[in-house]
Design a protein around this ligand. Sequence first.
Ligand code: NAD
Length: 514
Amino acid sequence: MSAHPDPSTAPLSPQARIWRDRADAWVAEGRIDGRAFIGGQRVAAESGETFDCISPIDGRTLATVARGRLADVDAAVASARAAFDDGRWAHQAPAARKRVLQRFAELLVQHKDELALLETLDMGKPIQYALSVDVPLAARCINWFGEAIDKVYDEIAPTGRESLALVQREPVGVVGAIVPWNYPMLMAAWKLGPALACGNSVVLKPSEKSPLTALRLAELAIQAGLPEGVFNVVPGYGAEAGEALALHMDVDALGFTGSTRTGRQMLAYAAQSNLKRVYNELGGKSAFVVFDDADSLIRAAETAAGCLFFNQGESCNAPSRLLLQDSIADEVVAHLQTLLPRYQPGDPLDPSTVMGALVDGQQMNNVLGYIEKGRAQGAQCLGGGRQALAHTGGCYVEPTLFDQVTPGMTIEQEEIFGPVLSVIRFKDEAEAIRIANGTPYGLQASVWSGQLDRAHRVARALRAGTVHVNQYDEDDITVPFGGYKQSGNGRDKSLHALEKYTELKTTWIRINPA
Ligand code: NAD
């Protein structure tokens, strides 16, 4: 495969030089603050412990981060509870909360370069996407929920004349939010937007692999006018800070995004503690089904590759299973092979790079392990399949294409969460539906066909929270995002997200006849 500019040896482009110089200065001057954010202030972990935040771009230490544990989670929840109980945020009029969230979103946009650079350094995604996707979508999410909240009405039930039944939504109280590392800021925004708009207080636990932007968001929220204590961030490990938050008796609801394995754990924590509401947004193994009557096989191949390799394949909704009807499979596979050089990994700080580093060595080894398993089980690796740019000290994997993947193989069933595309061939519509639905997941799917009947029929048959027809990359804050089956039970985004962060209260009022 042709080589892409090598982060360690290629001359830096002038734009890459600007980003790298800025990053070097931040690290050299120790400007990246990894302390927790509790009660409106930066604080060290109560134990004084820290862990190193290591960049997957080149293995360097970016900052030390507070290692939150039970004591820190207790302090954050107490701060959130006090803020909720005295109504400093929850009792503000929706229009007032709207103005603060709008300012918060504006500050994200104003700090776009800083936030994008932190995100790229922390988890390895290309800077061009941190700038054009992560920051603007996080800002849009916060702004959209702020905008929406003073336009949402409660209900009066159609009861008899002798009474009045008000059905109202109230904030649940203290929301725990636990998020992953693949879109650190955006996943945090998907929880924060609706939770804060409804008047809740929030304790956010970012992934230990990508804590930096979450901590900065908390500072910007205060700057925007969010009262102290309403939004707290406790960085730390899942089994320490995460578990303490999920088990906490004073957390009313938990918004979780992460793996299905940890999501299962979240339900157990709720059962072991106060039966807090748990909303799980989990993994996926999405099927991208192309029939021989699709209008453009080239566009189908380019869309599948573009969406799978985006974010290094580390997207919950990545179309990792490409189902091709027998008669067109060879043609599509041949085109896919020509696309692989386009996604060769490069320096994430170079604005021309389209595929960056995986989040860390552990994730890189997971992905390489799956590639080995694919080969061992008889799938045919047609391109990629190896670690790349190893001498940089970073964590890069080549874009990888497998053909002759069959239902039941490990790489067909399990979420790889890396740049690995598996082609599975099928005979007819019934077989395609059976294979597409044949994993424990049900996050997204796509059907490509020029026949209206078939497109609708298959879309109905696919067990997934979102089905795309003749495209894959459409997305908007106005539509819900979430999965069927073991991909979760919650829905982020859209007005439906408000349901997760509110209690429904009925108030009956007697009206005596005159
Ligand atoms: P993960 O489950 O390992 O970790 C997610 C979060 O949970 C992290 O903050 C982690 O520290 C915490 N955690 C881990 N173990 C814990 C425990 N025992 N108790 C409490 N907290 C714990 O997932 P990940 O590797 O960070 O993220 C990748 C996963 O996230 C993939 O499966 C991906 O599909 C999924 N994801 C889903 C969506 C969605 O909207 N459905 C979006 C993005 C990512």
